[in-house]
Ligand binder design. Structure first.
Ligand code: SAH
Ligand code: SF4
Ligand code: F3S
Length: 472
C-alpha cells in the first residue's frame, strides 16, 4: 500500500499513502472520562492498525477525542517509507510539545513504523515522548501505559512471527459505514533494496482465513458494501494447517467473494513476481471482485529492477500485463513508480516512461527515491542522482501518467458503470460520488440515491481524475 507524505503523488485512492495526519474518531463515544487523541500517517495498513489500537484503548475505557488539548493520551501512528514521511511526524511532535507544556500529565506515544525503526533512540531524540510501540506490540499497550503512569518511559518494539491481531475486532474509525479495510497478512519478506518495510514490519505472516471471513461477515451484518483486503504482497498469502487443504490468495479471494454477492471485494498490493493466473481467473469468475489490480512496477529497466532486488525483469512484468489484458479485458491497472533510484541513467529512466505507455496505467503513485538508513540500497549503492535530476524525471513520469489517466477516462465516456455511492461529492452538495469496479471516482447528480446504494451511471464527460455522469 503506498503511503505517501509524498510530493509527486497525485492520485488519492484506496491504496493510499497519501492519507496523512488524519485524526481518527470512534463512531460512538463512551462516557468514561479518559480521552485518547489518535493521529495516523502512512499506508492503509497503518490506518487499519490504528483501528486495532482504538479497540484496545476502548477496552481500557478510553474514548477518542478530536481535541489534542483535551487528551490524556496522545498516540501518533507513524510511517518511515520516505524521509519526508518522518519529517512530517517530527513536525507534529513539536506541536504536541506545546500541548504537553500546558498539560504535563499528557502521555505521548509514538506507534508504528518510525517507532520500530528508531526504537529507544526516539526517547533520546524527542524528550517529550513517553512511549514507543512497534507494530507487533499493540497488545502490550495496557502494560506500557501503566509504566508511564509511574513516571517511567516505556518501549516495546519486539517484532513477532505470529501476531496478526486476528482475535481483535477493530473499532472502525473515520469511515463512512460503506467501505472497510481488512488486513489479511502482516510484514514482508521481500527485501526490495530501497524499502524499509521489512525492517519496520518484520517477517511476513498470513492471518487465519476463518477469522478474515468472520470479520467480513460482521461487516456485512453492519451494512458495509465494500471490503479491501490488505497486505504488502497479497499474492503470497498462504495458510496451512493439519487436516485441511492449504489456502492461497486465489482461494481466499473466492472465500471472500462468496460471503455475499452484493459485497464488493478489492485487494492491494500485488507483487508482479507472485501474482498468478489463478488469481486472474478467480477475479474473472466473480463479478463482485473488483476489476482493478495495483501492480507496482517501480522501474522499467531490468538492470535497475535487479539493483532494486525486485526479482523480475522488464519482460516478465510486460508478460503479466499481457495476461491481465487477456484474462480480464476490463481490468484497471495501477502502479507505484520511483524516479532517480541509485545509478539510474537517462536511458533507464526512458525505460520507465516506455513501460508506463505499454502498461497504460489508470493511476500511479509516483515518488522520488529517498534513501532509507539500513536498507540494502543504502549499504550497497550510492544515492547519486542529483535532486534536480530526480525532480525532472519525476515530473516527466507525472506528465505521462496524467496523459494516460485522461486517455483512460476519455475511453469511458459513453459507457454505463455500476457505482457504489460513497456520499456527497467534495465539490457540490447536489452531487454524489462513488467508485466503479475499476476504482475510478464517478460524480453524478444524486437524485434519490443514498450512501451505500449501487446505481448505474452513464458517463458523459471526464477530467484526468474523475468520471462525470448521470444515473440512468
Ligand atoms: N508492498 C508494496 C509497496 C509498499 S511501499 C509493493 O511491493 O509494491 C509503497 C511504495 O512506496 C512502493 O511501492 C514504492 O514505490 C515506494 N517506496 C518505498 N520505498 C521508497 C523509497 N525509499 N523511496 C521512494 N519511494 C519508496
Ligand atoms: Fe517493500 Fe518490496 Fe516488501 Fe513492497 S514488496 S513492502 S516494496 S520490500
Ligand atoms: Fe506503511 Fe509507511 Fe509502514 S507505508 S508499512 S506505514 S513505513
Amino acid at each position: 500500500m503506498s503511503s505517501n507524505q509524498f510530493s509527486g503523488n497525485v492520485f488519492s485512492k484506496i491504496h493510499d499513502e497519501e492519507r496523512q495526519g488524519e485524526v481518527l474518531l470512534q463512531p460512538e463515544i463512551k462516557e468514561t472520562g479518559k480521552k485518547l487523541y489518535l493521529e495516523s500517517y502512512g499506508c492503509q495498513m497503518n490506518f487499519s492498525d490504528s483501528e486495532i489500537v482504538a479497540s484496545i484503548m476502548t477496552d481500557m475505557g478510553f474514548a477518542t477525542t478530536p481535541q489534542l488539548e483535551d487528551a490524556d493520551v496522545v498516540f501518533i501512528n507513524t510511517c518511515s517509507i520516505r524521509d519526508n514521511a518522518e519529517q512530517k511526524v517530527r513536525g507534529r511532535l513539536s506541536v504536541f510539545r506545546q500541548a504537553k507544556a500546558k498539560n504535563p500529565n499528557m502521555v505521548i506515544g509514538v506507534l508504528g513504523c518510525m517507532a520500530e525503526r528508531l526504537k529507544a533512540k526516539l526517547l533520546d531524540e524527542e524528550k517529550l515522548v513517553d512511549m514507543v510501540v512497534g507494530p507487533d506490540a499493540y497488545k502490550d499497550i495496557p502494560n506500557l501505559l501503566e509504566q508511564t503512569g509511574g513516571g517511567q518511559k516505556a518501549v516495546n518494539v519486539l517484532l513477532s512471527r505470529e501476531e496478526t491481531y486476528a482475535d481483535i475486532s477493530p473499532v472502525r474509525l473515520g469511515g463512512n459505514g460503506v467501505l472497510a479495510f481488512v488486513t489479511i497478512m502482516r510484514g514482508c519478506d521481500n527485501m526490495c533494496s530501497f524499502c524499509v518495510v521489512p525492517f519496520t514490519r518484520g517477517r511476513e505472516r498470513s492471518r487465519d482465513p476463518r477469522t478474515i471471513v468472520r470479520e467480513i461477515q460482521d461487516l456485512v451484518n453492519q451494512g458495509y458494501k465494500e471490503v479491501t483486503l490488505l497486505g504488502q504482497n497479497v499474492d503470497s498469502f498462504h495458510w496451512e494447517e493439519e487436516g485441511s487443504a492449504p489456502v492461497n490468495f486465489a482461494n481466499l479471494l473466492e472465500m471472500c467473494a462468496r460471503i455475499e454477492p452484493s459485497l464488493r471485494i478489492r485487494f492491494s498490493t500485488s507483487h508482479p513476481k507472485d501474482i498468478t493466473d489463478e488469481v486472474l481467473h478467480t477475479m474473472a469468475r466473480f463479478p463482485n471482485i473488483c476489476k482493478c489490480i495495483h501492480l507496482p512496477v517501480q522501474a522499467g529497466n531490468t538492470e535497475v529492477l535487479r539493483r532494486m532486488n525486485r526479482t523480475y525483469t522488464r519482460e516478465w512484468y510486460m508478460d503479466k500485463i499481457r495476461s491481465i489484458r487477456t484474462i480480464l479485458p476490463d481490468c484497471a491497472i495501477t502502479s507505484d513508480i520511483i524516479a532517480g533510484f541509485c545509478g539510474e541513467t537517462e536511458a533507464q529512466h526512458q525505460d520507465t516512461l516506455s513501460i508506463m505507455e505499454f502498461s497504460q496505467y489508470d493511476f500511479s503513485y509516483m515518488f522520488k527515491y529517498s534513501e532509507r538508513p539500513g536498507t540494502l540500497a543504502a549499504r550497497k549503492y550510492e544515492d547519486d542522482i542529483p535532486e534536480d535530476v530526480k525532480s525532472r524525471r519525476l515530473s516527466e513520469i507525472i506528465e505521462v501518467q496524467h496523459r494516460l489517466s485522461l486517455a483512460s477516462n476519455q475511453k469511458d465516456v459513453g459507457k454505463v458503470f455500476e457505482v457504489l455511492v460513497e456520499g456527497p461529492s467534495k465539490k457540490t452538495a447536489e452531487d454524489h460520488c462513488g467508485r466503479n469496479s475499476q476504482n475510478k471516482m464517478v460524480v453524478f447528480p444524486k437524485g434519490n440515491s443514498k450512501k451505500g446504494d449501487y446505481v448505474q451511471v452513464l458517463v458523459e464527460s471526464c477530467t484526468q481524475a474523475t468520471l462525470i455522469g448521470r444515473i440512468v
